[in-house]
Ligand binder design. Sequence first.
Ligand SMILES: O=P(O)(O)OC[C@@]1(O)O[C@H](CO)[C@@H](O)[C@@H]1O
Length: 531
Amino acid sequence: MNMATWHWPIDTDNYPVMRIVTPRNVELRGIFGMSFAYYSLIERLPIILTKVIDYLSREGSKIKSTHNATNEDIRNLIQYITKLKNDLVTNKKYDLLTVDTPEAKRWNQWIGNAQSPYYFTNLWVFSECYVYRRLREGCELIKSLNKFDPFDEQKDKSFTNSLEPMCMVADKLFTMLPLSDKDKRKQDFITLIKLCLWANKCDLSLSLGEEVNLNAEGGSASATIVNPLQMIVDLKDMVLVDESAKICDTICTKAENMNKAIEAHPEEPQEVKSEEAQEPPPPEQIPCPAKMTLPQVTTFDIICDNAGYELFTDLCLAHFLIAQGIVGRVRFHLKSIPWFVSDVTPRDFRYVIKSCADAKFNKKIPPEPKADAAEGEAESEPTIINSENLNRLGHEWGNFVEDGVFVIMCDDFWTSPHVYKDMKKYDPELYRKLQFAVALLFKGDLNYRKLLNEMNCVPTAGFEPSLQGFTPAPVIALRTVKADTICGLPDGKWEELNQIDDKWMETGNYGVIQFCDKADPLPGGDEFTKL
Ligand SMILES: O=P(O)(O)OC[C@@]1(O)O[C@H](CO)[C@@H](O)[C@@H]1O
């Protein structure tokens, strides 16, 4: 058996795999044995599935009582996931979904159209998304477990583990909310962008569900708590591309112009209700109907990634944008089903807001003893970290949701296997909705891979050309690097980093803040789109 080791064994006997890295300008697939795609499919995803099986066995009684399920229901789900895992590790052909919903039928079409519908030969992103979709189907097929989230416990725990840094950030945020002059506003905006970037280290899929906190190298937990604001300073050199200043300037100017245009056009058709939508739309489906040419309010969109601390920082940024009057509404695009372990679902969104409101945290940190303290010199005061401000934020965010200032959206496209250049083709309505945003903030590594079309770009390729025409509105990417694709690096940087550590792209220790300010014109909204 030919398994000689790279960083991991490469089994060329039993898998259609080559002992090479992903070639440049080629899509990521499990067939490249020296790529993170192969390693993820052969090692990481099976472990994630095994952990779900363990969770069902270990917490069966609790899950049964929460969901009113029977022993048989739990057994059936375990059986379903066990088969899925076996199919994955033996590189079987994808099964079609068997649930009878329009969304499942669409999946079956995509599976049917796939050139090579096998886990290792198809695009890595397709196979990964397919596994999470199948995991969901396992729950859908068992009536009592239809609402079961296999990752809820891990997500909730990771929130609780991050209480201390959240309290620190909440205290800081309250100094950023009062209206401020342009320079301070820009500095604060940049700080929040960087907080949001580094929060993307807290990803339970990379850590295989193990506890993560901010301090950890490569994602595992460690005992000392780092102040996230200090972390921004300490990790300055780990940001490989930093377009945060341009992002602030462009968004503030564009939003200001949009605000003026909206004020100047009170007669413009407001969000025209579609025929059937006489009732107020449910919060998850705020439409931008076909006839609408101007948004009702200037809107900023966040395409969220992970729940817990990462979502908390997204909410902080959103709150800042509202409080500074930059935009009047923030739309949060979430996943409608459990996804890549820690991605935010509507349940997680509500959980984080409520848990911020209810958190109880209090800690007194004694001052460091000064080595050179003069005799009789008064000791410095202890530092108090508590959850008072975090609680206030939780309450305010709850009100924002109720008042429609924060809007939850859950389009199925986000849990489809498609890359973003294909959004126009597969979900033109979502593309159109995104066009109404002043900018779109894409969080995290999976979004980044989909933005770059799951392509191993030339690392020096520009961000805008790498998007290959996906420009519904200006695109911001905040991503800690956890997969082997990247663009926009200065000449020689990729080679330099590879010399230092040839696994640097799999650790989440480096980050990028990238921006493309190009945007398609809104149909019929010329005046507005020239802004
Ligand atoms: O999107 P996120 O949470 O930043 O990262 C998702 C992730 O953990 O999943 C993929 C592998 O499964 C990698 O691309 C990446 O490491």
